[in-house]
Design a protein around this ligand. Sequence first.
Ligand SMILES: [Zn+2]
Length: 326
Amino acid sequence: MDRPTIHTPQDLRNYPNFVGSIDPKIQPLSHIITGYYLNEEYPCGLKGCHQPHKEGYLVALEDGNVSNVGWKCGEAFGEKFAIEKTRYTDLILRPKAIQTIQEAIVKIHGLRQDLDNLATEADRLSQCKLGMRNYFPKLYKELDRRAHSGTDRVVEQIERTSKEIEDLQALSPGASRESFRYRDEPRGVLQGIRVLAGNFRDDVIIRLTGRATELQHINVTSLPTDKLLDWERWAQNFDDTVTQARATISAGNALFSLESFRLMTYIATVDTERAKLKTLTVATLLRSGSGDAQVVSVHPAKQSKRDRDSQKRLEATLQKARNKGR
Ligand SMILES: [Zn+2]
């Protein structure tokens, strides 16, 4: 059973026999056609409400007209609305959601190895990031600033000779000597820098691979409707989430590479950091980033706290994602 797709107010207005105002007291409900989530608010069709809603039901009336009502507003139709809501949920909403989720489960099976690899890469890159922060604290601040502002071009400031400065001053009389002291020499583009503003584990494990694994252990048909709809939304976005996770990983690998380390020597402002960059390898970064993991293996008690914290973060993130979907 296919539901009509209603995404915009125009989709509502274009629906056959749609009217913008109805009176539930004299125009009884026939059935719910579909629930909808609009991209912008649109006034409720109920006379006496007409409040702008983003979400609600498209309803058919016994007189042949069609209109829209907010989630709760439909109660104005009385008991018939509760009956139709149950019918709609059990016969249309749930079967469609279950189908979408099961299609995603099939995709997950097909991508199992890819997903495992993405998760491993996310852990590895997360460790590189930690290593960068531990090993190059000053440089990391600058990289973080660039990540947030999207500044990926790297230039080297080269001091001009006295002759060059004099020539430039001759062209712009009145300008200070200091303003011509350096020139910017382009050195390259720091690929993948934006990824540093995000979190590898959130993008890949929490949003994608962790939930994919979770879904494989769930009995989908027995989920309550709200949970079912959460998973349906996740399943609908599955392909995009995979694409984004892959992009995050490949950006991370570009950022933590010998070519990027070379470019970072032009960004580093501390001599010791610049010197370390010249011989830096990804392996060194990984060792530097796994410092606390080694401590953990010596003290098993800390391991469980870390697991608890990461579990808490996972739950909080999932909850936030669910709330956002509503
Ligand atoms: Zn309303």
